[in-house]
Design a protein around this ligand. Structure first.
Ligand code: NAG
Ligand code: NAG
Length: 175
């Protein structure tokens, strides 16, 4: 009799754990990310000279990234010129960054090449995290000598106290 009760109890726990794990996984990008640090050359204001080794995000490991640079951390949503962003073919966002905490957007990125400002294109996830930072789910580029641009851009990104407060409201709602 006692055994039966124990089994039921264990089963119940098991179901609860199975339900919680996928939910917890979905929250990870804001804490479980890699970082791109001290690559200030990724700014659209930085111009590479021919002797500089271009950053090549065709070798980037796909995953969630937080950008930590003196020049800022936002991907520009205006077209950077060729040879900017520490590379030959800059990657920019043809879209809008998330401005609401805990919101994740799926944005189109474009590679500016000699042929077209958007010759190659794909979609990346961008999430606004509590603490006022973004994380980007970056894929490797299909093009050699191309790199994601970050920093020195003021593209309508909202970063205020209000958003931090909003963050707590969202978190309370979720619990
Ligand atoms: C880019 O950011 C750096 C660091 O904040 C600053 O020193 C530099 O003047 C900025 N460049 C432009 C063009 O805004
Ligand atoms: C940017 O995206 C819009 C649709 O959202 C599209 O119409 C436009 O052609 C894109 N711009 C470029 C340069 O590809």
């Amino acid at each position: 009799m006692n055994n039966l009760v124990d089994e039921k109890y264990t089963m119940k726990h098991c179901v609860i754990v199975l339900l919680i794990i996928p939910f917890a996984k979905a929250l990870e990008p804001c804490s479980d990310y890699s970082t791109i640090t001290n690559e200030e050359n990724r700014s659209p204001f930085h111009q590479n000279s021919f002797s500089d080794t271009p950053i090549s995000d065709d070798r980037l490991t796909p995953g969630w990234y937080r950008i930590e640079m003196n020049t800022g951390s936002l991907i520009p949503n205006q077209i950077p010129e060729l040879f900017r962003c520490g590379t030959w073919n800059p990657i920019w966002l043809n879209g809008t960054l998330p401005s609401v905490p805990e919101v994740r957007v799926n944005g189109q990125v474009c590679v500016n090449t000699f042929n077209s400002v958007c010759e190659y294109t794909w979609f990346i996830n961008i999430k606004f995290c509590c603490g006022n930072y973004l994380v980007y789910e970056l894929l490797s580029s299909p093009v050699e000598k191309s790199a994601y641009c970050f920093g020195n851009s003021s593209n309508g990104f909202v970063s205020s106290k209000d958003n931090t407060i909003g963050c707590y409201i969202v978190l309370i709602r979720m619990t």
